[in-house]
Design a protein around this ligand. Structure first.
Ligand SMILES: [Zn+2]
Length: 245
């Protein structure tokens, strides 16, 4: 099957509307953010078991903040790419119901997407694990570097650490979206991280067409993917939006 005929098949599925998207690290690599798990990624410099578990944060938040500062530096200079913009365009045309993202880079929002379910949280808000105080990003920025709570402890960004649960609201919204969509775009994710990896299966079981866009085939490609569009997220998503008009 040629990419072109697959593109028109995918475009046809999108035209019917009720589309959901599941995105992962691969959608942001073209924005200059290497997959944390890839070579040269964040986890190569900061072993996640030492820097990214909730236990590590309780044990030594100052140490974990060295990783968070590196993450922040990586994310703050990034801009949305063609794939983020294409998803925003689909939503604007009322074809896309929402995005479930595993990323914490807020690039979907920067591209103009409105319904973004941040499955792994984000650093748009901060919490003190010791006294439960909450701070907006702006408030936290005024509380030192790294930011400290009024009680004197380190604040934690609302990104989901290893060992932490998915925010319940994100979980139920994602589940609902996956169950109700007629097509799901799986973009830039090998869908290996539980429980985000369940979303394409939930959608597929509910009868949705699974359209996968990845550089390389994944375990989804040979199981539940209906249309596989191989290539970079920016390139393929751009072509897909073009094929719609
Ligand atoms: Zn506190």
């Amino acid at each position: 099957m040629s990419l072109k005929s697959d593109l028109s098949k995918a475009a046809l599925a999108l035209k019917r509307g009720r589309v959901a998207a599941l995105t992962g690290a691969g959608i942001s690599t073209e924005s200059g953010i290497p997959d944390f798990r890839s070579r040269g990624g964040l986890w190569e410099r900061f072993a996640p078991e030492e820097y990214a578990t909730i236990e590590a944060f309780y044990r030594d938040p100052a140490k974990v903040w060295r990783m968070l500062e590196a993450m922040e530096k990586l994310l703050s200079s990034a801009n949305p790419n063609d794939a983020h913009k294409a998803l925003a365009t689909l939503e604007e045309r009322k074809l896309l119901d929402g995005i479930i993202t595993q990323n914490v880079d807020m690039l979907h929002q920067a591209a103009g997407s409105r319904r973004v379910i941040e499955f792994h949280g984000s650093s748009s808000a901060y919490t003190c694990l010791w006294c439960d105080a909450r701070y907006s990003r702006e408030e936290a920025e005024g509380r030192g570097n790294p930011p400290l709570c009024r009680c004197g402890r380190h604040l934690k960004p609302d990104v989901v650490f290893f060992g932490e649960g998915i925010p319940p609201e994100a979980m139920s919204m994602a589940d609902q979206l996956a169950k109700s969509c007629k097509a799901m775009l799986v973009v830039g994710t090998s869908a290996e991280v539980y429980p985000a990896n369940q979303m394409p299966h939930i959608a597929s079981r509910s009868g949705a067409t699974i359209i996968e866009i990845n550089l390389e085939p994944t375990h989804l490609t040979s199981s539940i993917t209906d249309i596989f569009l191989q290539g970079s997220a920016g390139e393929v998503m751009g072509a897909l939006v073009e094929a719609l008009s």
